[in-house]
Ligand binder design. Structure first.
Ligand code: DLL
Length: 428
Protein backbone atom coordinates (compact mmCIF):
# COMPACT_ATOMS: atom_id res chain seq x y z
CA UNK A 1 0.00 0.00 0.00
CA UNK A 2 2.78 2.47 0.95
CA UNK A 3 6.33 2.94 -0.24
CA UNK A 4 7.32 4.57 3.07
CA UNK A 5 4.42 3.97 5.41
CA UNK A 6 5.74 5.84 8.43
CA UNK A 7 6.29 9.18 6.77
CA UNK A 8 3.40 8.88 4.31
CA UNK A 9 0.90 8.33 7.12
CA UNK A 10 2.49 10.39 9.91
CA UNK A 11 0.07 12.69 11.80
CA UNK A 12 0.01 16.09 10.13
CA UNK A 13 1.22 17.79 13.32
CA UNK A 14 4.36 15.59 13.19
CA UNK A 15 4.89 16.48 9.54
CA UNK A 16 4.70 20.16 10.48
CA UNK A 17 7.35 19.72 13.18
CA UNK A 18 9.58 18.03 10.64
CA UNK A 19 8.89 20.82 8.15
CA UNK A 20 9.94 23.48 10.63
CA UNK A 21 13.24 21.69 11.26
CA UNK A 22 13.87 21.14 7.57
CA UNK A 23 12.88 24.70 6.67
CA UNK A 24 15.28 26.18 9.21
CA UNK A 25 18.08 23.96 7.85
CA UNK A 26 17.13 25.04 4.34
CA UNK A 27 17.31 28.72 5.24
CA UNK A 28 20.83 28.24 6.58
CA UNK A 29 21.92 26.28 3.51
CA UNK A 30 20.28 28.73 1.13
CA UNK A 31 22.19 31.62 2.68
CA UNK A 32 25.33 30.10 1.16
CA UNK A 33 24.05 31.08 -2.29
CA UNK A 34 24.70 34.55 -3.65
CA UNK A 35 21.00 35.22 -4.20
CA UNK A 36 19.70 34.19 -0.78
CA UNK A 37 22.71 35.53 1.14
CA UNK A 38 21.29 38.96 0.34
CA UNK A 39 17.62 38.11 0.31
CA UNK A 40 17.64 36.25 3.65
CA UNK A 41 20.33 38.21 5.44
CA UNK A 42 17.92 39.47 8.12
CA UNK A 43 16.09 36.17 8.51
CA UNK A 44 16.78 34.14 11.63
CA UNK A 45 15.57 30.72 12.63
CA UNK A 46 11.78 30.44 12.51
CA UNK A 47 9.89 29.45 15.66
CA UNK A 48 6.80 28.08 14.00
CA UNK A 49 5.83 26.96 10.52
CA UNK A 50 3.40 29.85 9.98
CA UNK A 51 6.39 32.20 9.97
CA UNK A 52 7.16 30.93 6.47
CA UNK A 53 4.74 33.67 5.43
CA UNK A 54 7.30 36.26 6.51
CA UNK A 55 9.89 34.98 4.02
CA UNK A 56 10.28 36.68 0.63
CA UNK A 57 8.95 35.06 -2.55
CA UNK A 58 11.19 33.78 -5.32
CA UNK A 59 10.05 34.21 -8.93
CA UNK A 60 10.99 32.82 -12.31
CA UNK A 61 12.51 36.22 -13.09
CA UNK A 62 14.72 35.88 -9.99
CA UNK A 63 15.95 32.52 -11.26
CA UNK A 64 16.63 33.95 -14.71
CA UNK A 65 18.35 36.97 -13.21
CA UNK A 66 20.54 34.68 -11.11
CA UNK A 67 21.82 32.81 -14.17
CA UNK A 68 24.04 30.86 -14.11
CA UNK A 69 25.24 30.29 -10.55
CA UNK A 70 23.67 32.78 -8.12
CA UNK A 71 21.33 30.14 -6.65
CA UNK A 72 23.99 27.52 -6.13
CA UNK A 73 24.33 26.81 -2.41
CA UNK A 74 27.14 24.21 -2.48
CA UNK A 75 30.57 24.01 -4.11
CA UNK A 76 30.35 23.20 -7.77
CA UNK A 77 32.30 20.02 -7.00
CA UNK A 78 29.26 18.69 -5.12
CA UNK A 79 26.97 19.13 -8.12
CA UNK A 80 26.38 16.04 -10.25
CA UNK A 81 23.57 17.13 -12.60
CA UNK A 82 22.03 20.16 -14.24
CA UNK A 83 18.52 20.44 -15.68
CA UNK A 84 17.17 23.41 -17.51
CA UNK A 85 13.81 24.54 -18.70
CA UNK A 86 13.83 26.37 -21.96
CA UNK A 87 12.40 29.83 -21.94
CA UNK A 88 11.22 31.42 -25.14
CA UNK A 89 13.06 34.61 -24.25
CA UNK A 90 16.03 35.44 -22.06
CA UNK A 91 18.15 33.07 -20.02
CA UNK A 92 16.86 29.58 -19.35
CA UNK A 93 16.26 28.58 -15.75
CA UNK A 94 18.92 26.19 -14.59
CA UNK A 95 18.52 23.79 -11.69
CA UNK A 96 21.40 21.94 -9.99
CA UNK A 97 21.41 18.67 -8.08
CA UNK A 98 23.83 16.98 -5.71
CA UNK A 99 23.94 13.18 -5.51
CA UNK A 100 21.77 13.41 -2.39
CA UNK A 101 19.23 15.60 -4.21
CA UNK A 102 18.94 12.99 -6.93
CA UNK A 103 18.43 10.24 -4.37
CA UNK A 104 15.68 12.09 -2.57
CA UNK A 105 14.01 12.93 -5.90
CA UNK A 106 14.18 9.25 -6.96
CA UNK A 107 12.67 8.36 -3.62
CA UNK A 108 9.63 10.65 -3.91
CA UNK A 109 9.18 9.53 -7.51
CA UNK A 110 9.13 5.90 -6.37
CA UNK A 111 6.62 6.90 -3.69
CA UNK A 112 4.34 8.37 -6.34
CA UNK A 113 4.47 5.37 -8.62
CA UNK A 114 3.91 2.99 -5.74
CA UNK A 115 0.90 5.02 -4.56
CA UNK A 116 -0.61 4.57 -8.02
CA UNK A 117 -0.16 0.81 -7.79
CA UNK A 118 3.14 0.18 -9.61
CA UNK A 119 5.28 -2.64 -8.17
CA UNK A 120 8.69 -4.07 -8.82
CA UNK A 121 7.42 -6.71 -11.24
CA UNK A 122 5.95 -4.09 -13.52
CA UNK A 123 7.54 -3.26 -16.87
CA UNK A 124 7.90 0.51 -17.12
CA UNK A 125 8.10 2.34 -20.45
CA UNK A 126 9.20 5.94 -20.13
CA UNK A 127 8.02 7.95 -23.13
CA UNK A 128 8.95 11.32 -21.61
CA UNK A 129 11.86 13.29 -23.04
CA UNK A 130 15.31 12.43 -21.67
CA UNK A 131 17.75 15.29 -21.45
CA UNK A 132 17.38 18.75 -20.02
CA UNK A 133 13.63 18.18 -19.53
CA UNK A 134 13.08 16.50 -16.17
CA UNK A 135 10.27 14.16 -17.26
CA UNK A 136 12.52 11.38 -18.56
CA UNK A 137 15.40 11.15 -16.10
CA UNK A 138 13.23 12.15 -13.12
CA UNK A 139 10.97 9.12 -13.24
CA UNK A 140 13.64 6.90 -14.72
CA UNK A 141 15.52 6.86 -11.44
CA UNK A 142 12.29 6.59 -9.45
CA UNK A 143 11.24 3.55 -11.45
CA UNK A 144 14.61 1.87 -11.02
CA UNK A 145 14.48 2.68 -7.32
CA UNK A 146 11.14 0.92 -7.16
CA UNK A 147 12.71 -2.00 -8.99
CA UNK A 148 10.71 -1.98 -12.23
CA UNK A 149 12.36 -3.03 -15.46
CA UNK A 150 12.68 0.35 -17.11
CA UNK A 151 12.57 0.94 -20.85
CA UNK A 152 14.12 4.39 -21.44
CA UNK A 153 12.58 4.79 -24.88
CA UNK A 154 11.95 8.53 -24.75
CA UNK A 155 9.31 10.36 -26.78
CA UNK A 156 7.88 9.94 -30.26
CA UNK A 157 7.92 7.15 -32.87
CA UNK A 158 4.56 5.62 -32.02
CA UNK A 159 5.15 2.42 -33.98
CA UNK A 160 8.29 1.72 -32.00
CA UNK A 161 6.52 2.55 -28.73
CA UNK A 162 3.84 0.01 -29.57
CA UNK A 163 6.40 -2.59 -30.68
CA UNK A 164 8.13 -2.36 -27.31
CA UNK A 165 4.81 -2.59 -25.50
CA UNK A 166 3.89 -5.71 -27.46
CA UNK A 167 7.21 -7.46 -27.18
CA UNK A 168 8.11 -6.71 -23.58
CA UNK A 169 4.65 -6.75 -22.06
CA UNK A 170 4.82 -3.14 -20.81
CA UNK A 171 2.39 -2.61 -17.93
CA UNK A 172 3.20 0.93 -16.81
CA UNK A 173 3.82 4.01 -18.94
CA UNK A 174 4.93 7.57 -18.23
CA UNK A 175 3.31 9.71 -20.90
CA UNK A 176 2.07 13.19 -21.78
CA UNK A 177 -1.75 13.16 -21.90
CA UNK A 178 -1.72 14.77 -25.37
CA UNK A 179 0.64 12.07 -26.63
CA UNK A 180 -1.49 9.30 -25.09
CA UNK A 181 -4.29 10.33 -27.46
CA UNK A 182 -2.03 10.37 -30.52
CA UNK A 183 -0.42 7.06 -29.63
CA UNK A 184 -3.85 5.46 -29.44
CA UNK A 185 -4.69 6.66 -32.97
CA UNK A 186 -1.44 5.24 -34.29
CA UNK A 187 -2.25 1.87 -32.67
CA UNK A 188 -5.72 1.93 -34.15
CA UNK A 189 -4.38 2.63 -37.63
CA UNK A 190 -2.18 -0.44 -37.29
CA UNK A 191 -5.11 -2.57 -36.16
CA UNK A 192 -3.94 -2.85 -32.55
CA UNK A 193 -6.47 -2.71 -29.75
CA UNK A 194 -4.55 -1.86 -26.57
CA UNK A 195 -7.30 -3.35 -24.41
CA UNK A 196 -6.91 -6.78 -26.02
CA UNK A 197 -3.45 -6.81 -27.51
CA UNK A 198 -1.37 -5.15 -24.77
CA UNK A 199 -0.82 -5.63 -21.04
CA UNK A 200 -1.06 -1.97 -20.04
CA UNK A 201 -2.39 -1.30 -16.51
CA UNK A 202 -1.19 2.12 -15.42
CA UNK A 203 -0.38 5.43 -17.10
CA UNK A 204 1.32 8.27 -15.26
CA UNK A 205 0.13 11.39 -17.06
CA UNK A 206 1.35 14.91 -16.41
CA UNK A 207 3.64 17.78 -17.36
CA UNK A 208 0.81 19.66 -19.08
CA UNK A 209 -2.65 20.84 -18.09
CA UNK A 210 -5.45 18.43 -18.90
CA UNK A 211 -9.04 17.94 -17.85
CA UNK A 212 -10.69 15.19 -15.84
CA UNK A 213 -12.61 14.47 -19.05
CA UNK A 214 -9.39 13.82 -20.97
CA UNK A 215 -8.12 11.51 -18.22
CA UNK A 216 -11.36 9.50 -18.39
CA UNK A 217 -11.08 9.33 -22.16
CA UNK A 218 -7.52 7.97 -21.92
CA UNK A 219 -8.60 5.40 -19.34
CA UNK A 220 -11.44 4.34 -21.61
CA UNK A 221 -9.36 4.13 -24.79
CA UNK A 222 -6.68 1.96 -23.22
CA UNK A 223 -8.71 0.19 -20.53
CA UNK A 224 -6.44 1.21 -17.65
CA UNK A 225 -6.00 3.70 -14.83
CA UNK A 226 -4.31 7.03 -15.57
CA UNK A 227 -2.86 8.96 -12.64
CA UNK A 228 -2.25 12.67 -12.63
CA UNK A 229 1.33 13.68 -11.89
CA UNK A 230 2.49 17.21 -11.14
CA UNK A 231 5.95 18.63 -10.90
CA UNK A 232 8.25 21.37 -12.10
CA UNK A 233 11.95 21.63 -12.84
CA UNK A 234 12.50 24.48 -10.40
CA UNK A 235 11.63 22.16 -7.51
CA UNK A 236 13.01 18.94 -9.06
CA UNK A 237 10.61 17.69 -11.75
CA UNK A 238 7.93 14.99 -11.73
CA UNK A 239 7.24 13.56 -8.29
CA UNK A 240 6.22 16.72 -6.44
CA UNK A 241 2.51 15.76 -6.28
CA UNK A 242 0.73 12.62 -7.41
CA UNK A 243 -2.58 10.85 -7.27
CA UNK A 244 -3.14 7.79 -5.13
CA UNK A 245 -5.69 5.06 -5.88
CA UNK A 246 -8.53 7.43 -4.93
CA UNK A 247 -7.76 9.52 -8.07
CA UNK A 248 -9.16 12.59 -6.39
CA UNK A 249 -6.43 15.23 -6.09
CA UNK A 250 -2.66 14.88 -5.88
CA UNK A 251 -0.77 14.30 -2.62
CA UNK A 252 1.96 16.84 -2.31
CA UNK A 253 4.90 15.37 -0.43
CA UNK A 254 5.13 17.67 2.55
CA UNK A 255 8.46 16.32 3.74
CA UNK A 256 9.89 17.50 0.41
CA UNK A 257 8.05 20.76 -0.23
CA UNK A 258 5.91 23.16 1.78
CA UNK A 259 2.88 24.21 -0.27
CA UNK A 260 1.05 27.50 0.12
CA UNK A 261 -1.70 29.08 -1.95
CA UNK A 262 -1.64 32.83 -2.49
CA UNK A 263 -3.81 35.38 -4.17
CA UNK A 264 -1.63 36.25 -7.20
CA UNK A 265 -2.67 39.90 -7.06
CA UNK A 266 -2.56 40.74 -3.35
CA UNK A 267 0.03 38.01 -2.50
CA UNK A 268 -2.02 37.21 0.59
CA UNK A 269 -1.85 33.57 1.76
CA UNK A 270 -5.21 31.84 1.31
CA UNK A 271 -6.70 29.13 3.51
CA UNK A 272 -7.02 25.49 2.38
CA UNK A 273 -9.89 25.08 -0.04
CA UNK A 274 -9.45 28.43 -1.74
CA UNK A 275 -8.09 28.64 -5.23
CA UNK A 276 -5.01 30.69 -6.05
CA UNK A 277 -1.38 30.42 -7.12
CA UNK A 278 0.66 27.55 -5.77
CA UNK A 279 3.83 28.59 -3.94
CA UNK A 280 6.39 25.91 -3.09
CA UNK A 281 9.37 25.81 -0.79
CA UNK A 282 11.78 22.94 -1.39
CA UNK A 283 12.94 21.75 2.03
CA UNK A 284 15.05 18.78 1.08
CA UNK A 285 17.43 20.12 -1.51
CA UNK A 286 21.13 20.74 -1.16
CA UNK A 287 22.48 22.18 -4.42
CA UNK A 288 19.72 24.67 -4.97
CA UNK A 289 17.14 25.32 -2.28
CA UNK A 290 14.25 27.42 -3.58
CA UNK A 291 12.16 29.35 -1.09
CA UNK A 292 8.53 30.35 -1.64
CA UNK A 293 8.73 29.82 -5.38
CA UNK A 294 5.77 31.30 -7.24
CA UNK A 295 4.86 28.49 -9.63
CA UNK A 296 2.16 30.51 -11.48
CA UNK A 297 0.06 27.34 -11.38
CA UNK A 298 -3.52 27.78 -10.23
CA UNK A 299 -4.96 25.20 -7.86
CA UNK A 300 -6.19 24.79 -4.30
CA UNK A 301 -5.24 22.67 -1.32
CA UNK A 302 -7.95 20.12 -0.64
CA UNK A 303 -8.83 20.21 3.03
CA UNK A 304 -10.26 16.76 3.70
CA UNK A 305 -8.18 13.72 4.77
CA UNK A 306 -7.71 11.08 2.08
CA UNK A 307 -9.30 7.64 2.29
CA UNK A 308 -5.98 6.08 1.22
CA UNK A 309 -4.49 6.86 4.65
CA UNK A 310 -1.81 9.26 3.44
CA UNK A 311 -1.71 12.41 5.56
CA UNK A 312 0.15 14.65 3.13
CA UNK A 313 -2.38 17.16 1.86
CA UNK A 314 -3.62 17.08 -1.70
CA UNK A 315 -3.79 19.73 -4.40
CA UNK A 316 -6.58 19.86 -6.94
CA UNK A 317 -6.00 19.32 -10.66
CA UNK A 318 -4.12 22.35 -12.06
CA UNK A 319 -6.62 24.73 -13.60
CA UNK A 320 -4.06 26.62 -15.67
CA UNK A 321 -1.22 29.05 -15.19
CA UNK A 322 -1.59 32.69 -14.35
CA UNK A 323 0.33 33.37 -17.56
CA UNK A 324 -1.88 30.97 -19.61
CA UNK A 325 -4.96 33.00 -19.04
CA UNK A 326 -6.37 34.37 -22.31
CA UNK A 327 -8.13 37.70 -22.18
CA UNK A 328 -10.64 37.77 -25.02
CA UNK A 329 -12.36 41.13 -25.36
CA UNK A 330 -11.93 41.57 -21.64
CA UNK A 331 -13.17 38.10 -20.63
CA UNK A 332 -10.72 35.80 -18.83
CA UNK A 333 -10.57 32.24 -20.13
CA UNK A 334 -8.29 29.30 -19.46
CA UNK A 335 -7.53 26.82 -22.27
CA UNK A 336 -8.69 24.00 -20.01
CA UNK A 337 -12.27 25.34 -20.17
CA UNK A 338 -12.24 24.82 -23.90
CA UNK A 339 -10.82 21.31 -23.53
CA UNK A 340 -13.55 20.45 -21.04
CA UNK A 341 -16.24 21.28 -23.58
CA UNK A 342 -14.56 19.47 -26.47
CA UNK A 343 -14.06 16.31 -24.41
CA UNK A 344 -17.80 15.93 -24.00
CA UNK A 345 -18.41 15.87 -27.76
CA UNK A 346 -17.90 12.32 -29.08
CA UNK A 347 -17.63 13.46 -32.71
CA UNK A 348 -14.66 15.66 -31.82
CA UNK A 349 -11.32 13.90 -31.59
CA UNK A 350 -9.22 14.92 -28.61
CA UNK A 351 -6.75 16.99 -30.65
CA UNK A 352 -7.47 20.68 -30.90
CA UNK A 353 -5.79 24.06 -31.07
CA UNK A 354 -6.92 27.52 -30.07
CA UNK A 355 -6.10 30.60 -32.14
CA UNK A 356 -6.56 34.17 -31.05
CA UNK A 357 -6.42 36.91 -33.65
CA UNK A 358 -7.40 40.55 -33.77
CA UNK A 359 -9.69 42.17 -36.30
CA UNK A 360 -11.00 45.72 -36.19
CA UNK A 361 -9.75 46.06 -32.60
CA UNK A 362 -11.78 43.01 -31.52
CA UNK A 363 -10.30 39.69 -30.41
CA UNK A 364 -11.39 36.63 -32.37
CA UNK A 365 -11.14 33.22 -30.76
CA UNK A 366 -11.11 30.19 -33.07
CA UNK A 367 -10.96 26.56 -32.11
CA UNK A 368 -9.76 24.00 -34.64
CA UNK A 369 -10.71 20.45 -33.83
CA UNK A 370 -9.78 17.19 -35.51
CA UNK A 371 -12.93 15.32 -36.40
CA UNK A 372 -13.32 11.83 -34.94
CA UNK A 373 -13.80 9.66 -38.05
CA UNK A 374 -15.18 6.80 -36.01
CA UNK A 375 -17.95 8.81 -34.41
CA UNK A 376 -18.88 11.07 -37.32
CA UNK A 377 -19.97 10.00 -40.78
CA UNK A 378 -22.66 12.61 -41.42
CA UNK A 379 -23.29 15.09 -44.23
CA UNK A 380 -21.96 18.61 -44.56
CA UNK A 381 -25.20 19.79 -43.07
CA UNK A 382 -24.64 17.58 -40.02
CA UNK A 383 -21.16 19.02 -39.73
CA UNK A 384 -22.60 22.51 -39.73
CA UNK A 385 -25.01 21.52 -36.95
CA UNK A 386 -22.16 20.01 -34.94
CA UNK A 387 -20.12 23.20 -35.34
CA UNK A 388 -23.06 25.23 -34.11
CA UNK A 389 -23.60 22.93 -31.13
CA UNK A 390 -19.95 23.17 -30.02
CA UNK A 391 -19.95 26.95 -30.48
CA UNK A 392 -23.03 27.24 -28.27
CA UNK A 393 -21.50 25.03 -25.58
CA UNK A 394 -18.21 26.92 -25.68
CA UNK A 395 -20.08 30.18 -25.33
CA UNK A 396 -21.92 28.95 -22.27
CA UNK A 397 -18.69 27.57 -20.70
CA UNK A 398 -16.49 30.60 -21.41
CA UNK A 399 -18.74 33.58 -21.99
CA UNK A 400 -17.19 34.40 -25.39
CA UNK A 401 -18.27 33.37 -28.89
CA UNK A 402 -15.57 31.28 -30.55
CA UNK A 403 -15.57 30.13 -34.16
CA UNK A 404 -15.23 26.38 -34.48
CA UNK A 405 -13.80 24.61 -37.52
CA UNK A 406 -12.99 20.98 -38.21
CA UNK A 407 -9.89 19.44 -39.75
CA UNK A 408 -9.04 15.84 -40.66
CA UNK A 409 -7.70 13.53 -38.03
CA UNK A 410 -3.91 13.64 -37.73
CA UNK A 411 -3.52 17.04 -39.42
CA UNK A 412 -2.98 19.40 -36.47
CA UNK A 413 0.67 20.05 -35.56
CA UNK A 414 2.03 17.35 -33.25
CA UNK A 415 4.74 18.38 -30.82
CA UNK A 416 7.24 15.80 -29.61
CA UNK A 417 7.13 17.38 -26.16
CA UNK A 418 4.35 19.19 -24.37
CA UNK A 419 1.40 20.03 -26.62
CA UNK A 420 1.18 23.62 -27.82
CA UNK A 421 -2.52 24.36 -27.79
CA UNK A 422 -2.74 28.13 -27.90
CA UNK A 423 -1.54 30.32 -30.76
CA UNK A 424 -1.96 34.00 -29.94
CA UNK A 425 -1.58 35.91 -33.20
CA UNK A 426 -2.46 39.30 -31.76
CA UNK A 427 0.11 42.07 -32.02
CA UNK A 428 1.67 42.49 -28.60
O1 DLL B 1 6.77 19.36 -16.61
C1 DLL B 1 7.89 18.17 -14.84
C2 DLL B 1 7.03 16.99 -15.08
C3 DLL B 1 7.45 16.01 -15.95
C4 DLL B 1 5.82 16.83 -14.40
C5 DLL B 1 6.66 14.88 -16.14
C6 DLL B 1 5.04 15.71 -14.58
C7 DLL B 1 5.45 14.73 -15.46
P1 DLL B 1 8.57 21.74 -16.33
O2 DLL B 1 8.92 21.45 -17.73
O3 DLL B 1 9.46 22.62 -15.54
O4 DLL B 1 8.49 20.40 -15.51
O5 DLL B 1 7.10 22.33 -16.35
C8 DLL B 1 6.43 22.60 -15.15
O6 DLL B 1 4.28 22.19 -16.21
O7 DLL B 1 4.58 24.56 -13.56
C9 DLL B 1 2.83 23.31 -14.73
O8 DLL B 1 2.48 24.54 -15.32
C10 DLL B 1 2.91 22.23 -15.80
N1 DLL B 1 2.52 20.93 -15.26
C11 DLL B 1 3.32 19.95 -14.81
N2 DLL B 1 2.56 18.88 -14.41
C12 DLL B 1 1.26 19.22 -14.60
C13 DLL B 1 0.02 18.57 -14.39
C14 DLL B 1 7.64 19.35 -15.76
N3 DLL B 1 -0.09 17.34 -13.91
C15 DLL B 1 5.05 23.13 -15.44
N4 DLL B 1 -1.11 19.26 -14.68
C16 DLL B 1 4.25 23.35 -14.19
C17 DLL B 1 -1.05 20.53 -15.19
C18 DLL B 1 1.24 20.53 -15.13
N5 DLL B 1 0.09 21.17 -15.42
Amino acid sequence: MFWQKEIETAPHSEIQKLQLRMLNDTIERAKKSKFYSKKLQNVNQLKNIEQIQELPFTTKEDLRGGFPYDFLAVDLGEVVRLHSSSGTTGNPTVVYHTAQDLQSWANISARCMYAAGARKNDIFQNTMGYGLFTGGLGFHYGAERLGMMTIPIGPGNSKRQTWFMQNFGTTTVHILPSYAVRLYHSMKEDGIDPKKDLKLKIFFIGAEPHTEELRREIQELYGLKAFNSYGLSEISGPGVAFECGEQDGMHIWEDFVIPEIIDPDTLEVLPDGQEGELVLTAINRRAMPVIRYRTRDLTKILPSPCACGRTHRKIARIKGRTDDMMIINGVNIFPIQIEKTIMNIPEASKNYIIEIAEKNYMDKLSVKIEINDEAFDGTLEDLEKLKHKIETELKSETGVSPIVSFVDQGTLPAAEGKAKRVYDLRKK
